[in-house]
Design a protein around this ligand. Structure first.
Ligand code: DAH
Length: 523
C-alpha cells in the first residue's frame, strides 16, 4: 500500500504553493501556507506534526526500505560516515544505520526553546504559564539522543510502524536516534514519578520535505498529569480528579465537543483498566487544562493583532475536539482552532495507555498526556511566514522579540524585513529500473527512491537558501519502464539577494549530489 508520503509526492504536490505567488506574507497567507503544506504531506494541517505517530495501520511505503528491524539498504548517503559523533558533549558510535547530515547535527546545540526572547521560547513560556509549577515539574534540558526503546517501543509503536523508517527518522545507529517527539521521555518520567505532572520542551528531529513550514528540526512540548489510586482520599480517584478540575479556572470560549467521551470502535475506553467514570473524569480534566492553554495562546495572538492593526476585527474564538489515534493513548483527541477560515489542528492528547504505567512499575497510577508543536503555534502567534526564520541569527529577526519574555504584553506580530527574489531551477532525472547489484551505489531506483533522500541532498548543498522543493512532473517510459522525475527547486535567501551565479552554483552542486548520492541519471 502506498504510504502518505508517496501520495504526497504523486498527487497532492500539484497544489500551488504560496511561495510560488506571494510577495508580501499576510496573516491569512501564513494560515494558508500552513494549510497548503499540510495538504502536500498529510491529510490536513498538523501543528504537532503528529500524523506519522498517529497512524493506526503500520505500513511502509514502497520506499521505506523494508522492515525497520532488518538491516538498512546500502546507501551512499552515509558514505562519509564518521565512526563516532558528539552531541551535547557526549560521544556516540555510529553504524550503517547512521543517516544524520552534519548540517542537522550542528543544530543539536542551538536550544531555541531556551534562547531568551526567541519566539520558540516565548511560546514555551506562554504555555508554561497555564500549568502551575506546583503540579507540573519542568524538564527543558533533555538530550535529543534517545534509544529506539524510548522513542517507539516504550510507547507501544509496532515493530513495523512507518515512523521507524530510516527514510523518516535520523538514526545514529540501529538502536539510537535523534528523538522524533518529546513523548520519548514519557516512560522514564512515569517511572521516576517525581511529581503529579510534568511539562517537557525540547528539540525534535524528522527527515522531511522542504518547504516554508517544514524543517528537519523543530520543537515540541509534552505534558502529563497523573493520579495515584493509593494516594487519593478514600481511594476514590474519580472524586479526586473532579476536585482537581474544580480548582481550575473556567473560560468563556465556545468549545464544540460532539463525540461521546469514548466509543467502542472509534475511540475505545481501556476497559480492562479504567471504569467509564474514571476515563470520563480524566478526559474532563484534560480538556479543560488544554482549552485554557489554547485560549491563552490565541487570546494573546488576537491582542497583539489588535494592538498593531486599528482595523482589526475581533471574531469570537472557536475551538473543537475531534477523535484521534495515538499508539500510547486511548481514548485520544486532537484540539482544533478555527483560524482565518479553517480548522487547524493544534495538539494531540489522550488518556495514557495503562501499559505505560504498568511497564514503569507504577500500575496504581493513571492520567492524561498531550503533545504540541511550538513552531507552528509561533508562526500563527507572531505571523512568521517561513520556518527557516527561527534559525536565523539576523538581528532584523531576533530584535523584534526583545523584551517579550519579561513582559508578555509586549508581544507583537513579526514585521517581514524584506523579501528577496526567488530563483527557480528545475532538475530532471531518470531513476534506475532495478536495484544496482550488490554495490553501495544507486539507492534511487524505482523501487526505493524516497523523496526525503532528495530533500536531504538539496538541504546539504544549499542549506537555508532553499525555500522549497516541489515535484513538477513524473512519468514512466512506456517501452523501457524507466521512470523520470522533475523537481523544481526554489532558491531564495532570507538574508540577501542571490546572484544568478550563486543560484547556478548551488544548482550544479545539487545535480552532482543527486548523481553521486542517489545514483540518478540526469536528463
Ligand atoms: N507525540 C505526538 C506527536 O509528535 C503528539 C502527542 C499525542 C503527544 C498524544 C502525547 C499524546 O503525549 O498523548 O505526534
Amino acid at each position: 500500500m502506498a504510504g502518505p508520503r508517496v501520495l504526497a509526492a504523486n498527487v497532492v504536490r500539484a497544489v500551488p504553493r504560496i511561495g510560488a505567488r506571494s510577495h508580501v506574507m499576510t496573516a491569512s497567507a501564513t494560515a494558508s501556507l500552513l494549510r497548503l503544506s499540510a495538504q502536500a504531506g498529510r491529510a490536513r494541517l498538523s501543528l504537532t506534526r503528529a500524523p506519522r505517530h498517529c497512524l493506526r495501520v503500520a505500513s511502509y511505503s514502497s520506499s521505506a526500505g523494508g522492515a525497520a528491524s532488518s538491516p538498512p539498504p546500502p546507501s551512499t548517503l552515509n558514505s562519509s560516515r564518521p565512526a563516532t559523533i558528539e552531541v551535547n558533549g557526549k560521544t556516540y558510535t555510529t553504524d550503517e544505520w547512521y543517516n544524520v547530515p552534519q548540517t542537522v547535527l550542528a543544530l543539536t546545540g542551538r536550544k531555541l526553546h531556551l534562547q531568551k526572547d526567541h519566539p520558540v521560547a516565548i511560546t514555551r513560556q506562554i504555555i508554561e504559564s497555564k500549568f502551575s509549577t506546583a503540579t507540573y515539574k519542568r524538564y527543558n534540558e533533555f538530550d535529543p539522543v534517545v534509544s529506539t526503546i524510548e522513542n517507539f517501543d516504550s510507547l507501544g509503536f509496532p515493530p513495523d510502524h512507518v515512523g521507524r523508517a530510516r527514510s523518516d527518522t535520523y538514526y545514529i545507529n540501529e538502536t539510537t536516534l535523534l528523538r522524533t517527539h518529546t513523548s520519548a521521555h514519557e516512560a522514564e518520567l512515569f517511572r521516576a514519578s517525581a511529581s503529579d505532572g510534568y511539562l517537557i520542551s525540547a528539540d525534535v528531529y524528522r527527515r522531511d520535505e522542504v518547504d516554508r513550514s517544514h524543517y528537519p528540526v523543530f520543537h515540541q512540548m509534552e505534558g502529563a498529569r497523573v493520579w495515584d489510586r493509593t494516594k487519593v482520599p478514600n481511594g476514590d480517584v474519580v472524586a479526586a480528579i473532579y476536585a482537581d478540575l474544580a480548582k481550575l479556572p473556567t473560560h468563556d470560549v465556545k468549545v464544540e465537543d460532539p463525540n461521546p467521551p469514548h466509543h467502542p470502535e472509534r475511540n475505545p475506553l481501556q476497559s480492562e483498566h479504567h471504569s467509564p467514570e474514571e476515563a470520563e473524569a480524566i478526559a474532563a480534566h484534560l480538556k479543560r487544562s488544554l482549552e485554557l492553554m489554547v485560549v491563552e495562546i490565541f487570546t494573546r495572538a488576537k491582542q497583539a493583532a489588535a494592538r498593531q492593526d486599528p482595523n482589526y476585527v475581533d471574531e469570537p474564538l472557536r475551538v473543537r475536539w475531534v477523535e484521534a489515534y495515538f499508539p500510547f493513548t486511548s481514548p485520544s483527541w486532537e484540539l482544533e482552532v478555527y483560524y482565518q477560515g479553517d480548522w487547524l489542528e493544534v495538539l494531540g492528547c489522550g488518556v495514557s495507555k495503562q501499559e505505560l504505567f504498568i511497564n514503569a512499575d507504577q500500575p496504581q497510577q493513571l492520567g492524561w498526556a498531550f503533545g504540541i508543536g511550538l513552531e507552528r503555534i509561533a508562526m500563527l502567534l507572531f505571523q512568521i511566514p517561513d520556518i527557516r526564520l527561527f534559525w536565523s541569527k539576523d538581528e532584523r529577526f531576533l530584535s523584534q522579540f526583545t523584551g517579550v519574555q519579561d513582559n508578555l504584553d509586549k508581544l507583537k506580530r513579526f514585521v517581514p524585513f524584506s523579501k528577496y527574489p526567488a530563483c527557480w531551477k528545475d532538475v530532471s532525472f531518470w531513476l534506475r529500473s532495478t536495484s544496482a547489484a550488490g554495490g553501495n551505489t544507486a539507492v534511487a531506483n524505482v523501487h526505493d527512491f524516497h523523496e526525503n533522500d532528495l530533500m536531504e541532498v538539496v538541504r546539504e548543498v544549499a542549506g537555508d537558501v532553499v525555500e522549497d522543493v516541489q515535484l513538477k512532473d513524473q512519468f514512466t517510459h512506456p517501452k523501457t519502464g524507466r521512470k523520470s522525475m522533475c523537481y523544481r527547486i526554489n532558491y531564495r535567501s532570507l538574508e540577501k539577494t542571490l546572484t544568478n551565479e550563486e543560484a547556478n552554483d548551488f544548482h550544479e552542486r545539487v545535480r552532482q549530489g543527486l548523481v553521486e548520492k542517489l545514483g540518478v541519471e540526469l536528463r
